[in-house]
Design a protein. Structure first.
Length: 207
């Protein structure tokens, strides 16, 4: 059979026999604001690193002022949370020159289901001579405390990205992390956890 395209976060839909929701439906009561907030933070994290640091606050304010559905308090909260991530020294390598935002990725790799071509987009990709780092932004509130509490769909997403990039950069380690904007906090995902998730994906498709 011809391979089918799949979003990496939906791979456990096949492996586990049912998609594991990671957040409320946009139609659920009270969920609209949560999704809207997440989309705006994501957009700012995508674009502001290319703006000079001293101009970022003004740029964020202009962008959020154009969002007519937001209150002033909500605009200030979103800008504050986003700028706190960008100004945190521990996140500096993620937004340094040479890092990439919204890096599209597609393909097949060892360990992934044989009949699937992964199509995805990495929020932040950092490739150096020594390592590759994949970072995905998450706006869940509150975020999980430990990697083993992370939703399976998120782990499937990162395990798939890691497998694809390992096939491209076999000479260097590929590290994965989730950037929880509520905090903010960078959570490294252990290789063993991603290996176990990848085994579930592959085993589920071949069962």
């Amino acid at each position: 059979a011809a391979p089918r395209a799949a979003a990496p976060s939906h791979l456990l839909d096949d492996a586990a026999g049912g998609f594991e929701p990671v957040s409320l439906s946009p139609l659920a009561e009270g969920a609209g604001d949560r999704f809207r907030r997440g989309a705006l933070i994501h957009k700012l994290l995508q674009t502001l690193p290319d703006v000079a640091r001293e101009r970022r606050a003004a740029s964020a304010a202009r962008y959020l002022a154009a969002q007519r559905d937001l209150t002033d308090a909500r605009r200030e909260e979103i800008a504050r949370e986003t700028l706190r991530v960008l100004d945190d020294p521990q996140f500096a390598p993620l937004f340094a020159p040479g890092s990439r935002a919204e890096a599209s990725i597609s393909g097949r790799a060892p360990g992934l289901p044989d009949d699937v071509v992964i199509n995805g987009q990495i929020d932040r990709l950092v490739v150096t001579d020594h390592e590759v780092m994949i970072v995905d932004y998450k706006t869940n509130r509150p975020p999980p405390e430990t990697p083993d509490q992370v939703a399976g769909a998120y782990l499937a997403q990162m395990a798939a990205y890691r497998a694809l990039l390992q096939s491209l950069y076999g000479d260097r380690p590929v590290r994965c992390a989730l950037l929880w904007t509520d905090g903010p906090r960078l959570m490294a995902l252990p290789d063993a956890l991603l290996d176990a998730t990848l085994a579930r994906l592959s085993g589920g498709r071949r069962a």
